[in-house]
Design a binder for this molecule. Sequence first.
Ligand SMILES: [Zn+2]
Length: 308
Amino acid sequence: MAGFRGRQASTLGVPIVYHEAYSAPELPVGHRFPMGVFRCIYDTLIREGKVSASQVHRPQVPALELQAALELVHDAHYLQRFQSGTLSAAEERRIGFGEAVRSAKLIERTLAEVAGTLVTAELALKHGLACNTAGGTHHAHHAAGSGFCVVNDLAVAAAALLQAGRVKRILILDLDVHQGDGTACIFQGQPEVYTCSVHAAANFPARKATSSRDIALPDGTGDDAYLQVLGGLLPEVLRDAQPDLVMYDAGVDVHADDVLGRLALSDDGIRRRELMVLDSVLAANIPLAGFVGGGAARAIFEAPLSIL
Ligand SMILES: [Zn+2]
């Protein structure tokens, strides 16, 4: 019986997407972006037996196909300058990785993450649910990176699926503590992509964009108030968006211990949030693709970087 369950788990488990390049670049010690987190998530899932090797998909998207998808959303000149390491100093500052954004490893990481998000979205359409162990670079705009986001993987994957006729309507549900401003701007005036962002009002970006639906919450909102808002919001958004696919940015920077968060959710509050989203979307028989989004506990920065 145990063997049967084991086989079931390996063949029917949720597809998980991971690429070793996700955490490959090194940033200066003390940098606020938790580059090691993606490998840490993957290693933890495997070590704790929550994911078996047969569930794991390594994204491999042909370079020309990936480039064509990127150009559906991003300015070709911006992409060319990023990929050749010739962004201006001001552009590099806005992205936040400093000179590291010119490194081959960071360029490779960025492209691997977009490929991973494309593959995750396809797997979600095929299996009903799939998760990337990275993704959610929602601050990247059409012709500019911002806030540790070079290109917008969510937008690129959504645009590629729409163009290929794989879906007619997509909901990008962004519960990262920061507003998905890049995504909102990219799809402004495009009703086939419904953008919904629930975020902390006082957080980055200072100048908010206009999503299809925005909920800006006050500092210290906490579990019960947050979940009450979300519980009312999800049925409305699913009804209004009528999506063929939900792309879910599950940023955990809503947590009380997050270095950049403000909403003061607990571990249990985040667990209840994820169950609420999964229940609402999957019960409506809509495929869901999940992405890590932002989130870094203070403990990560206090621990030796070698554990990442
Ligand atoms: Zn965030």
